[in-house]
Design a protein around this ligand. Structure first.
Ligand code: ZN
Length: 424
């Protein structure tokens, strides 16, 4: 007996249907015959499901595929413009917001300087204001929302957990705040995890090997994408390398409360603390200190880029220390690609070279034989790109897609989408 196209599919049917849409979306199978081959499903069922996806607006016919002799099959196209996702990246000193189509292409974006220490309410209101402006411009409503934050976050609940540089944010739920204002599922992750995801999908060159992203900025953190997925660990704490101990000096107190941590020694704020009493040795830093009353990591990066001896020495020593820690990670994880990102890149190419050289010298031969070490390539957009991709991936996870594919839109399904995501 034939199944009519419009009957409500069983969960199994929905899963198969979701699989077809995802094969086309990711470009793994782009014709009806290719879909039959990839899934083992019959011609009739594939044709029905493709027709159904077209009816709800998720797919369309494209050009004819190059013919292998017989009749050329029609190429299928995923309609990335069927909906939009909202993405936000909250940094220590800035906020980025973007609205993207369903393939992660930004159609509008905004950037503002902002101090995250102003607390959750003011920060989230600022982000919402940015979203509203972008929404007005694009007439888009969110199908899903992805947010990155500069601290440890419980991925299952979207709550911050004891973030060292975000006073007032401990236990705050970014998800609940946004869910009260938007009828869309909300996904919250650590900023560095999203930077890693952004570089894995969109970095130059695209390289589908496991990718380790190291952010060297005011603080230091890392993110790992393995097999295309962010590795978050048991409780979401994976990658927090800023607090690995690299010095026995008990006076190098870290903002986490311990001493001798990597970021207290080599992070932007650690360098500020070490160089402030020595600023008299550097005309540039002495002037900045006199003008502003304090130094910032940007001042030190700028001084190093200008060739200032004191700042260059500190930045390069920092790069060596970070390189030694990254070498240990490379030995342990054996990534194919290591990407160095964050504000350190603004201090000139030499810091990257020194860090990369240290990794190559300290890590084992087999672990470095095929490794690619490169600077981040998305002009500081990788975090917000990653936040869009997180929102999209969660929406199109087979179990989630199965919930809304019948309607062709997830609007109104936010609560069920969160429930389903909690189960896988
Ligand atoms: Zn620490």
């Amino acid at each position: 007996m034939e199944t009519a196209v419009n009957t409500h599919p069983s969960p199994q049917d929905a899963f198969v249907y979701a699989q077809l849409v995802n094969l086309v979306r990711t470009g793994e199978a782009l014709t009806r015959p290719a879909l039959e081959q990839a899934t083992g499903l019959g011609r009739k069922l594939v044709a029905q499901r493709v027709q159904q996806a077209m009816t709800v607006g998720l797919m369309e016919d494209g050009d004819f595929a190059p013919s292998g002799g017989g009749r050329a099959p029609r190429l299928l196209r995923f309609r990335a413009d069927a909906g939009h996702v909202f993405a936000g990246l909250i940094g220590a000193g800035e906020i980025r917001a973007a609205i993207s189509t369903l393939d992660g292409t930004a159609v509008a974006s905004l950037h503002r300087s902002w101090d995250v220490a102003d607390g959750p309410e003011a920060t989230m209101s600022q982000l919402q204001d940015m979203f509203e402006r972008l929404a007005k411009k694009t007439k888009a409503e969110p199908w899903s929302i992805g947010i990155g934050v500069p601290g440890p976050v419980d991925f299952s609940t979207g709550q911050l957990v004891a973030p060292p540089i975000m006073p007032g944010w401990d236990g705050f739920s970014v998800r609940s705040w946004l869910r009260e204002r938007y009828d869309a599922p909300v996904w919250v992750d650590n900023d560095v995890n999203l930077m890693a995801l952004g570089e894995w999908h969109r970095g130059h060159p695209v390289d589908r090997r496991d990718l380790l992203y190291i952010k060297v900025s005011t603080g230091i953190g890392s993110g790992l994408v393995s097999g295309g997925d962010v590795y978050r660990g048991d409780t979401g704490a994976a990658g927090d390398i800023g607090h690995v101990q690299v010095s026995d000096d008990p006076t190098l107190i870290c903002r986490c409360g311990q001493s001798g941590c990597l970021e207290a020694v080599s992070g932007g704020w650690g360098l500020v603390r070490q160089l402030t009493p020595l600023a008299g040795e550097s005309p540039y830093l002495a002037k900045r200190l006199a003008d502003q009353g304090r130094l910032t990591p940007v001042d030190i990066g700028t001084a190093a880029a200008k060739g200032d001896a004191l700042a260059s020495r500190a930045v390069l020593q920092g790069a060596r220390t970070i390189g030694a820690t990254v070498a240990s990670l490379v030995n342990f994880i054996n990534p194919g690609v290591v990407v160095i990102g964050g504000g350190m890149l603004r201090s000139g190419g030499e810091a990257f070279e020194v860090l990369a050289e240290t990794v190559m010298r300290r890590a084992t031969k087999l672990a470095t034989e095929k490794i690619t070490l490169r600077p981040a390539s998305l002009d500081f957009q990788e975090g917000v790109v990653g936040a869009s991709l997180l929102a999209i991936e969660q929406l199109f996870a087979p179990a989630s897609l199965g919930l809304w594919i019948e309607q062709g839109t997830p609007v109104g399904q936010a609560a069920s989408l969160h429930r389903v995501a909690g189960q896988h």
